[in-house]
Design a protein around this ligand. Structure first.
Ligand SMILES: Nc1ncnc2c1ncn2[C@@H]1O[C@H](COP(=O)(O)OP(=O)(O)OP(=O)(O)O)[C@@H](O)[C@H]1O
Ligand SMILES: [Mg+2]
Length: 275
């Protein structure tokens, strides 16, 4: 299999805090990879470095055979790398359709075209974007919510709209940062089904950050486990989840949460599910 994304020796520190060190990651075309680890392990930081939200202090990133270590986030998005955020970032006052259309804008360059040509070119471009967005809404089961304002949606639907918006950019690689956070069981099942379809049917390469280890284990063939900024384990899902150091990290965290009485429901659920 061809490697779509390769990170080598990535590192970044914030003041005295080393958030990520010597981080290596290879994601093959067609992969559905789980990136897991306790709170503060460095998962979101890894996504921020891969997508260009942050620049690494050291290390390199290659995507589709090109070095992109210092490329701007927009260039990476155009090259086919798209993400969702741990904290949902929708335009609350816009409709679901408009939010998803916003995701397609970068890809189809409507704003640039508008500046250069204006008029009919812009209208054609907008029509194309609307068509793409409607197709994505149908694909993600959100078609009937197209006209709803984003702030009127349930939490789970807002998360799905985030994914739909990312898909509208027509990515080759989709990075999902805790897509199931705050979802109920029915929504989690629908999300798992969507992720499976996107990967198996559409061939989309996906990296999934998720605290719900049960969900990750059922979806991902391969896992990378981060702990305190370093890769603690990686490889086939079943094998990784049996490794004593991985079990230790999760059980330790669960005891932590128990003593703090109920903090981090997702984390304890994750620990119970997989380790
Ligand atoms: N912009 C920042 N400034 C300072 N410290 C940061 C920043 N971003 C992350 N950190 C620190 O880096 C470490 C890794 O954080 P990160 O958000 O990547 O963890 P995470 O694995 O995504 O955790 P969670 O599961 O809670 O989302 C933490 O100690 C965090 O406090
Ligand atoms: Mg995070």
């Amino acid at each position: 299999m061809t490697e779509l994304l390769v990170a080598r020796g990535l590192g970044i520190a914030f003041g005295g805090v080393v958030a990520l060190k010597d981080f290596d990651l290879a994601v093959a075309e067609g992969d559905l990879l789980g990136l897991i680890g306790p709170n503060g392990a460095g998962k979101t930081t890894a996504f921020n470095l891969l997508t260009g939200v942050l620049r690494p202090d050291r290390g390199t990133i290659h995507f589709a055979g090109r070095e992109i270590t210092r490329a701007r986030p927009e260039r990476r998005a155009l090259a086919g790398m798209t993400r969702t955020f741990q904290n949902i970032r929708l335009f609350d006052e816009l409709t679901v359709l408009q939010n998803v259309m916003a995701g397609a804008h970068g890809r189809h360059g409507a704003s640039t075209l508008a500046a250069v040509f204006g008029g009919p070119v812009l209208r054609r471009s907008e029509a194309l974007i609307r068509e793409k967005a409607e197709a994505v809404l149908a694909r993600t089961g959100l078609a009937e919510l197209a006209g709803q304002r984003a702030d009127a949606l349930s939490y789970g639907d807002r998360r799905r709209v985030e994914i739909a918006r990312a898909l509208a950019a027509e990515p080759r690689l989709l990075l999902l940062d805790e897509p199931a956070a705050g979802m109920n069981d029915r929504e989690k099942a629908a999300l798992s089904e969507l992720v499976t379809r996107l990967n198996a049917d559409d061939g989309l390469t996906i990296v999934l950050v998720e605290h719900n280890v049960r969900m990750v284990a059922s979806l991902c063939r391969r896992l990378v486990v981060l702990h305190e900024g370093s890769v603690l384990a990686e490889g086939a899902t079943e094998r990784v989840l049996r490794q004593p150091e991985v079990v230790g990290v999760y059980l330790g965290r669960r005891r932590d949460h128990e003593t703090r009485q109920g903090a981090g429901a997702d984390a304890s659920e994750g620990a119970g599910g997989g380790c």
